[in-house]
Design a protein around this ligand. Sequence first.
Ligand code: CA
Length: 269
Amino acid sequence: MKLQFLAIPFAVAMTVLGAAAPASAAPPDNDTYAGRIAIPSFPATLTQDTSEATTDAIDAELNGTCGAPAMDASVWYEFTATENATLVADVSKSGYGAGVFIASGSPGSFVVQACAPRAASWSAVAGQTYAIAVIDDQSDGGGNGGAMQLTIDEVPPPPALDVTVNPTGQFSRTGSAIISGQVSCTGAADFAFLNAELTQQVGRFKITGAGGAGLTCDGVTRPWSMEIVGSNGVFKGGEAASVTFAVACGMFACGVDFEERVILLSGRK
Ligand SMILES: [Ca+2]
């Protein structure tokens, strides 16, 4: 299991001891594990003002395997899965640097299933109860909590891709190859790209090259083309073997499609 807070380099101050709450302020009921609020089902979106929430030794226990830079302003929820599902707890729309922990067990025997700044996903098992703690990890450098928003939902499927490669291509006067095709990408993608490798036997030599192109993930099928420059020689007329990958990555997973085909290169008209 990847505990993602450990992978994040932190350069922020780790104490906010000066930010004492006013004497009249009262922490929320779910400031502690004992006051945790049950989330009956998903999808669910919960909002809460956490500016008077505090941190305690149970937060410290949770963070023992995780390494969040701060556990300030923790508030607690609980969710019991009624079916097996890959879920995401997303706190990225909170008005401060929020992180989230999901743990099975109870204080003293917590097993952290996932923890991360902004959003964390885990495989929920039917019948299992999970404690969910939302924290201010101080990734924004100060303050104590604020406008929290927690959404529990299924992890969306990775983007779906379909790439095709045209059976004919061209070689240019300088010996680069121009290949083309069509591609579609459907779903939410943070980034997407095409990558192709081309290999051609020219006499005793095997000429190879690679190229790339951008890709828009909006469900529309579009033509693509790219120029591939041989790394060890020039492409000529004749057959060349190609492998073309289309890759698009969402928040938690990437979608991939690829096509292998022989392309007949001819001189550019
Ligand atoms: Ca707390």
